[in-house]
Design a protein around this ligand. Structure first.
Ligand SMILES: [Zn+2]
Length: 307
């Protein structure tokens, strides 16, 4: 059987087609939109466009003991939970791309009476795990799911939008299924982070699974597509110096999934170790400084559906 040809896509922010090439890394080809300066992968593998890729990735990556342990560690979603609680103290929550369900699990176990939670993903094996932790799951793309009259107080996309070949459709759906006054939370890698500035294409998160590369400017433009939303907060957070050091020395074309999971686990362990308290203080200060300069690893954005 002949493999399906790569899928050609317009700019995920403004839908125009004119773009110039900025980087090639293995099978990944990044272009910059001539209209809005969004950087995105084009073309993309059909498996990535359809989401089938993530179902295959399921067992080796998401369910590796290292990745699970790191995801379910109480510190893993600390920043996300803080941001989330600031705007949504109770209600129905949908986590799109919930993977093994760790964010929802933390939310439920810390505030058991406040939320009803649902996770959606296309990775079967990861969802089995989420379900085993008591989380209601949707086993298909939310784009095809019939929500009927169901509405949510919050919809979250933690490190998900960068994987979607048509992110605009997800934003439109979110605007529809949120209650008026409800919030949409988005976290994506930051194209203007210190890590990208230092490492460029050597950075491990410049990889084929990531098809959208946002800056604060293009993320705001992306949100502005939906008139139903008002921008509540945008900023930059998270900092992983271990990844920078490793990639600076290494710089493999694609860091093996197991290796990525192992390093995440180590980072989480460092964050929890009492011996590293002074180092953690310095680390927190560094993260805060980078965040305030817009140079931290990720961008976060909170949108509110107008009443
Ligand atoms: Zn564009």
């Amino acid at each position: 059987m002949k493999p399906d040809p790569p899928v050609d896509r317009p700019c995920p922010v403004c839908e125009r087609a004119a773009a110039e090439e900025v980087l090639n890394k293995g099978s990944l080809r990044l272009v910059r939109c001539c209209e809005c300066s969004m950087v995105y992968a084009n073309p993309v593998e059909p498996e990535l466009a359809s989401g089938r890729f993530y179902d295959r990735l399921g067992v080796p990556f998401y369910l590796s003991p290292d990745k699970l342990e790191s995801d379910y560690a109480p510190v893993r979603f600390e920043r996300e939970l803080r941001l989330f609680r600031k705007y949504c103290q109770a209600g129905a929550v949908l986590d799109v791309g919930c993977s093994t369900g760790a964010f929802l699990f933390q939310l439920k176990s810390r505030f058991p009476d406040s939320y009803s939670v649902t996770g959606a993903d296309v990775t079967g094996a990861a969802l089995d795990h989420a379900e085993s932790r008591g989380i209601e799951v949707i086993r298909q793309s939310v784009l095809d799911y019939d929500f009927a009259e169901r509405r949510f107080d919050a919809v979250t996309f933690w490190a998900v939008i960068e994987h979607l070949s048509e992110p605009g459709r997800f934003l439109r759906l979110t605007a529809r299924i949120l209650k008026p006054g409800g919030h949409c939370f988005i976290l994506v890698p930051n194209l203007k982070s210190l890590a990208v500035r230092l490492l460029g294409g050597k950075y491990r998160y410049v990889m084929p699974d990531h098809v959208n590369y946002f800056t604060a400017e293009t993320l705001k433009r992306f949100a502005a597509r939906e008139a139903a939303f008002g921008l509540v907060e945008i900023g930059s957070s998270h900092f992983n110096p271990l990844v920078i050091l490793k990639d600076f020395r290494g710089g493999a074309e694609r860091v093996a999934d197991e290796e990525r999971a192992r390093l995440l686990k180590r980072t989480t362990a460092y964050k929890q170790s009492p011996l590293l308290k002074p180092a953690r203080w310095a680390y927190t200060a560094a993260e805060r400084a980078l965040g305030s300069m817009g140079l931290a690893d990720n961008l976060f954005m909170v949108l509110r559906k107008r009443r």
